[in-house]
Design a protein around this ligand. Structure first.
Ligand code: ZN
Length: 286
């Protein structure tokens, strides 16, 4: 079964070491310790197409990613002016990377972006400082502890009599269609968010929402929660502010798109996107 993109890092995150200053210092001095190389927030690859790592050289501000078969891995924490920007070029690099490397880089990217957005305390406004080996910031003014946030997003297929709803946003590459998606709001369950989004974006009433899979999405820090909801009818009322087009795809149409068939009715979402996993699982009858 295909694993969603940005999963499978396989590191021992060793949370119990994050507050242990002595053991952290030992690990940073360890000859096996490695520091991820980044270009701003983008991945840097070596000649073999793997993530590039270097030695630690007295860095103060770094993120302890975890232990990889005992070797401590760190990522630099960098100030960047690239916040919220997602150059499409990064997907060309990601397409060359192994799932494990993409997952490790994704975590480093998300935490870096979070630090850049939380330089000041949201409660008292004082400048915050890194703690927990990069997995938090602490405010010296009021003592508040801030932790990297993850924003839940539902991404879903509405299903009706053997077909699924796909939609297209204006900024997508030509021909691409994907699952509909939206942020979970405070006070909602995943199932309620799926039902609301399908009503808002497509005018559909759905019941029987089922969970399929999830993935971290590092632009900047979402958790994509993939679901399928059964629609009571196939009459669409698309919201033109969200979608420029939408249609019900048959299983054969989905299979052709996933196979990259040049005659396919639409261009499938890229393999790293969980929409691709969701369509694959649905097409396999999952
Ligand atoms: Zn504060």
């Amino acid at each position: 079964m295909s694993a969603p993109g940005f999963t499978g890092a396989g590191l021992d995150r060793a949370d119990h070491l994050r507050l242990d200053a002595e053991r952290l210092a030992d690990m940073m001095a360890n000859g096996d310790a490695r520091l991820l190389r980044l270009a701003e927030l983008d991945p840097v690859l070596d000649e073999e197409g793997r993530l590039a790592w270097g030695p630690l050289e007295g860095e103060q501000d770094c993120l302890f990613l975890g232990l990889d078969e005992g070797a401590p891995l760190f990522a630099p924490l960098v100030r960047t002016g690239m916040l919220g920007q997602r150059a499409w070029s990064v997907f060309r690099i990601l397409a060359m990377m192994s799932p494990k490397d993409a997952a490790i880089w994704g975590a480093a990217r998300s935490v870096n972006e979070w630090h850049n957005r939380h330089l000041f305390c949201g409660i008292c406004g004082a400048a915050t400082a890194i703690f927990r080996a990069g997995w938090g910031r602490k405010c010296p003014g009021c003592g508040a502890e801030h932790f990297p946030r993850v924003d839940p997003v539902v991404i879903m297929l509405a299903e009706h009599e053997g077909r699924v709803l796909l939609g297209r946003q204006p900024q997508y590459p030509a021909g691409r269609y994907s699952a509909l998606a939206g942020f979970v709001e405070p006070g909602e369950s995943v199932e309620e968010a799926v039902a609301r989004e399908l009503m808002e974006e497509a005018g559909l009433v759905v019941g029987d929402v089922r969970y399929v899979a999830s993935q971290p999405w590092p632009f900047p820090g979402s958790l994509m929660i993939a679901c399928i909801g059964r629609a009571e009818s196939d009459v669409l009322r698309l919201d033109p502010t969200e979608l420029e087009d939408g249609f019900w795809a048959t299983r054969d149409e989905v299979l052709a798109a996933l196979a990259g068939d040049s005659a396919a009715r639409f261009l499938a979402p890229p393999p790293l996107a969980i929409a691709n996993t969701l369509l694959t699982r649905w097409s396999e009858g999952g």
